[in-house]
Design a protein around this ligand. Structure first.
Ligand SMILES: C[S@@+](CC[C@H](N)C(=O)[O-])C[C@H]1O[C@@H](n2cnc3c(N)ncnc32)[C@H](O)[C@@H]1O
Length: 255
């Protein structure tokens, strides 16, 4: 099937590994399940996967151009309804068996996954499920070449510590978007420390965990004040951010 898309949603479609993990998680449903919501449906590709498993799919997209593409792409599927609007303002009238919400970004800081799920979760049936199920975030000390917050797909950094998990979220739980964590990492060489690398692992379902992909949570690089470190030094850091409020909300400091 050929999809009409915006340039951004075209990049999302080109990441076939991203599509594959969502497809695998969705196809585990028995066909003829009642109702699924696809929140932030973009070009409608995940709604297309859902359409053969669910009697009805309701897909919501805030961006008007993406909505028009999804509406056109899914026009021949009588069981899919595409709505243009902000999920946070949508008046849901029914509960669903499944919510698919792919508003992911590294550590869920820049997109509205958490505010949207905190609102939409109440429109899930008892025993209903959410795809993805959750995420795990890890952190490493780095020396990075660019001294501003950015997503790095090209590995322009030197890793200075082991990778340590610092947070995990299950999307079935109500989640406080105001996040803070203190962690300690051990330097593995003498070097100039100037940043953190955050990696997000996406738990699609019980059997599928996706690591970073070009269009699914590429590593997020966050500057720290420069500090000379020696091998085996323990580095204590605090990080705070507001999930859904953007990367400008990130604050770090040494403890
Ligand atoms: C990462 S894209 C994923 C698109 C599509 N689900 C896919 O997997 O290809 C996230 C989409 O969510 C939409 N979005 C973000 N916040 C939204 C909100 N509050 N209400 C509705 N759509 C939203 C964006 O416009 C974007 O199209």
């Amino acid at each position: 099937m050929k999809f009409k898309t915006t340039p951004y949603h075209h990049d999302l479609l080109k990441d076939t590994d991203r599509l594959a993990v969502f497809y695998e998680a969705i196809e585990q449903y028995d066909s003829n399940t009642d109702l699924a919501y696809d929140l932030g449906c973009g070009s409608g590709v995940l709604s297309y996967f859902l359409s053969s498993m669910f009697e009805e799919v309701i897909s919501i997209e805030a961006d008007f151009k993406a909505f028009k593409c999804a509406e056109e792409n899914l026009a021949s599927f009588d069981n899919v309804k595409v709505i243009n609007g902000d999920v946070l303002e949508h008046e849901f009238t029914r509960t669903a068996d499944l919510i698919v919400c792919e508003m992911l970004d590294t550590a869920l800081i820049d997109e509205e996954e958490i505010p949207v799920l905190n609102y939409a979760r109440r429109f899930l049936k008892d025993g209903g499920r959410i795809i993805p199920q959750g995420i795990i975030n890890t952190v490493e000390l780095v020396n990075m070449q660019r001294h501003h917050i950015h997503w790095d797909e090209e590995a322009e950094y030197d890793v200075l510590s082991d990778e340590v998990a610092y947070s995990q979220f299950n999307f079935s739980d109500d989640i406080d978007p105001e996040f803070s964590s203190n962690f300690t990492l051990k330097a593995n060489k003498d070097a100039l420390l100037n940043g953190l690398k955050i990696t997000t692992y996406t738990i699609l379902d019980d059997d599928i965990i996706a690591g970073p992909l070009p269009m699914l949570n590429p590593p997020l690089m966050i500057p720290l004040d420069e500090k000379r470190v020696r091998v085996n030094d323990f580095i204590h850091v605090e990080i705070k951010y507001s999930m859904g409020k953007g990367i400008e909300s990130i604050k770090t400091r040494y403890l």
